[in-house]
Write a protein that binds this ligand. Structure first.
Ligand SMILES: [Zn+2]
Length: 375
């Protein structure tokens, strides 16, 4: 994130204050990174991207703006606007205001944005949980929500009455997953974090600054907290118990640093796919051949996503610039064979075949998230 802060500050229109605000508010480690300071928006890359009718399956948009919608239009971009309850964030503490904002974005975007709703996990332990959560979801399905998100606070923060961490396969959550399946919606599961969250501080780590800024999610030596293996096991248990529920593991299923393990999971659980949100930088630091082979083999199971945000206090022109820069840079990595710098890492583009790009950017999202794409 520090690299990204520096990059932001070099882009004249983004102040350092804004960048650090983005850093604080980011809901994930390894947030999207800008390309080289001052790099011009790559119009040819965006043009090629637009031809695929791309879908960004992982965004957080709290407001709309004419210039923002115009960008979506220009790029033929469809987005999934994801809600989540975060008790550390005044805006995200409750569902209602976010839901109202997201529904406005869906309405105003003229088909470019679809809603991924959520429920308040901190109601866990209340007498009417999970019935109240299900009521909320059903209400949101009725107004068009196509997916439901569970966030890392399940597993890494939420505790039961006895002070034990609540894991994603907790039986109390079971009826919620059954309800999502019954309505043929998709579950986005952000479970666990990159390995670094459980390791001793490493200033060279990709997510070092994130955990420094967000100690809630830094699990190293945290008393009573589950380790990463236990979290992923609970997620696997959820997948096994709900074989007809389509589950997309956010952020490469938190197996961003171990594509062999991710491959084994995709083999074991046919109802599991993953998004690339905020983790392309974890791919660029791995051997290109290996990443390319993985993306080719699992070409039906990877959904393009960014984790880009358009927050209440972000100036629209800054958001548009940030989003276009990210889209152009990701495209350059996946689609071209350019040698270039991705967030400070020298990388050779993967040059994926057009048919695979079309799955990554469009067809897989349509398949895994029915209703996300309307034209
Ligand atoms: Zn996110």
């Amino acid at each position: 994130m520090l690299r990204s802060v520096l990059a932001f500050s070099a882009v004249a229109s983004l102040s350092l204050a804004l960048a650090s605000r983005l850093q604080q508010q980011s809901h994930s480690a390894t947030s999207p990174q800008n390309s080289q300071p001052g790099a011009p928006t790559k119009t040819s890359e965006l043009h090629a991207l637009a031809s695929l009718e791309p879908i960004d399956t992982h965004t957080h948009v709290a407001k709309g703006d004419a210039s923002f919608y115009a960008m979506l239009d220009r790029l033929h971009m469809h987005i999934l606007d994801i809600l989540l309850v975060d008790d550390h964030d005044s805006y995200r503490r409750a569902m209602e205001p976010q839901l109202e904002d997201a529904l406005r974005v869906v309405r105003e975007s003229h088909g470019h944005a679809a809603l991924c709703t959520s429920f308040d996990p901190f109601q866990f332990g209340q007498a009417d949980f999970p019935a109240s959560a299900i009521r909320g979801l059903d209400r949101d399905f009725a107004v068009g929500a196509v997916a439901v998100k569970i966030w890392k606070n399940i597993g890494m923060e939420l505790k039961d009455r006895d002070g034990h961490y609540v894991l994603p396969d907790n039986p109390a959550l079971g009826p919620i997953f059954k309800d999502i399946e019954k309505h043929n919606r998709m579950l986005i599961a952000h479970v666990a974090e990159p390995d670094e969250a459980w390791q001793a501080p490493n200033p060279n780590g990709l997510d070092y600054s994130y955990y420094k800024e967000n100690p809630t999610w830094y699990m190293y030596r945290k008393l009573g907290a589950p380790n990463k293996h236990q979290l992923l096991e609970a997620r696997d248990h959820l997948l096994a118990q709900n074989p007809k529920l389509r589950v997309v593991g956010a952020h490469l299923g938190s197996m961003e640093d171990d594509l062999d393990a991710l491959a084994m999971h995709l083999d074991a659980y046919p109802n599991f796919a993953v998004d690339t949100a905020a983790r392309v930088v974890h791919l660029v630091v791995q051997p290109s051949d290996k990443v390319r082979g993985f993306l080719l083999k699992y070409q039906d199971r990877i959904l393009y996503g960014t984790d880009l945000e358009f927050l209440k206090d972000t100036a629209p022109q800054d958001a548009v610039k940030e989003w276009e820069t990210q889209y152009a840079m990701d495209w350059r990595y996946f689609a071209t064979k350019d040698v270039f710098e991705y967030s400070g890492h020298k990388v050779e583009g993967l040059g994926l075949p057009q048919a695979v790009l079309r799955k990554l950017y469009h067809a897989n999202a349509v398949h895994w998230i029915p209703g996300i794409y309307s034209k």
